[in-house]
Design a protein around this ligand. Structure first.
Ligand code: KG4
Ligand code: ZN
Length: 350
């Protein structure tokens, strides 16, 4: 057996995600799949400011990343000798936050004498359903909906990602968060808005579904948020019921916008499997409405919809398995096109 095959047959990858306001650590390997995963969230720190404060995020990551790695190893009853490679989020994200994860990952890999690989955060998200028993096969269409992205991606195979549509302004998660804030809900408001919407009448207020008749697969969500601003000007002191009605009407409009674009993308590509990932894929209403489409839908389990280490460990495992490795430089990128991530070699800039 060649050394490469020995590596392939029994390897565990430690994954580290620090792109924004969470530290996620996990171990993925074969045989057995996911061995352990832990998450530390900074939401209580940022909630008081109504959004993520980058400097606070990176300082806090420094304090939590190593203890969380230790706890994850303990959870799997693993020591350093059970790990064969390290994966970390190399971008896109907050520069300081990314640097913490990349520095720790590269330093550990150097000390432990093993390869490390940078992973694109969105590749992690769109492969997260691969951690489930009922998983898609290539090729598939991915709808990636998070706080920073709303994208439709044609996934031909691992590492081959073509963005065929995306939001031209706010991401859908951002629109959920901004609308939640307008309704007086705490940051990040997506899940809280969805909970409030359960008590509301989704047909109470007519809100726009931006760009659904536009011939491209691009989307827009800032106009929808502005429509809520205007609605609240007409109802300056909404009752509890009116707040729920606004939340439900907003949610319906946002999700129907996504549905319209998904349908169009499925027709255009002829693909029969739809992967839905990213923080907004936790939305129950979105999941219910997507079942109406004539395709098989795949979602990550709820805890892997939002940022987590498991998706990075998995994507890193697949990259290392295919021989992707990088030199010792600390390589992160705040902005990074998913289509360029096949090379997995961003430079330290921007
Ligand atoms: O993927 P993620 O954890 O971070 C980014 O990479 O952006 O996504 C976070 C986003 C936030 O905008 C949050 O409000 C939204 O996902 N989100 C939801 C729900 N749960 C999280 N939006 C709508 N409904 C939910 N249940
Ligand atoms: Zn994310």
């Amino acid at each position: 057996m060649s050394p490469k095959n020995q590596w392939l047959d029994n390897m565990n990858v430690l994954g580290i995600e620090t792109s924004c306001d969470e530290v996620g650590v996990a171990i993925y390997g074969e045989p057995g799949g996911l061995k352990a995963h832990k998450l530390y969230t900074q939401i209580p720190i940022h909630a008081q400011y109504g959004g993520v404060v980058p400097e606070l995020a990176s300082r806090d990551h420094i304090q939590h990343v190593l203890p969380l790695i230790q706890r994850t190893l303990d959870d799997a009853s693993f020591s350093q000798s059970d790990i064969h490679g390290i994966a970390y989020t190399a971008g896109p994200g907050l520069l300081g936050s990314l640097l913490v994860g990349a520095c720790v990952a590269r330093s550990l890999a150097y000390a432990w004498q093993m390869p490390a690989v940078g992973v694109h955060h969105l590749e992690g998200h769109l492969l997260a359903p691969m951690l489930e028993t009922d998983k898609p096969s290539f090729p598939f269409l991915a709808l990636l909906v998070s706080g920073g992205h709303s994208s439709l991606i044609k996934v031909a195979e691992f590492g081959s990602y073509e963005i065929i549509g995306e939001s031209i302004d706010d991401a859908v998660g951002e629109a959920f968060d901004k609308t939640a804030r307008l309704l007086g809900l705490p940051y990040p408001g997506g899940a809280a808005l969805a909970a409030l919407a359960e008590y509301g009448n989704e047909d109470c207020f007519e809100l726009p579904r931006p760009m659904i008749h536009h011939p491209t697969l691009d989307m827009s969500f800032s106009g929808l948020k502005t429509a809520v601003v205007i609605l609240l000007q007409k109802h300056p002191n909404p009752s509890e019921q009116e707040r729920a009605d606004i939340a439900a009407s907003f949610q319906k409009a946002a999700i129907e916008t996504l549905l319209a674009k998904c349908e169009k993308a499925l027709v255009a590509t002829g693909l029969k499997q739809l992967v839905v990932a990213g923080g907004v894929s936790a939305n129950v209403y979105l999941r219910q409405r997507l079942q109406q489409l004539d395709v098989r839908c795949f979602f990550p389990r709820k805890e892997f919809c939002t940022d987590n280490g498991a998706m990075i460990a998995y994507a890193g495992y697949e990259r290392l398995k295919r021989g992707f490795q990088q030199d010792l430089s600390i390589d992160i990128k705040a902005r990074w096109d998913l289509a360029d991530s096949t090379q997995a070699q961003p430079n330290l800039r921007d």
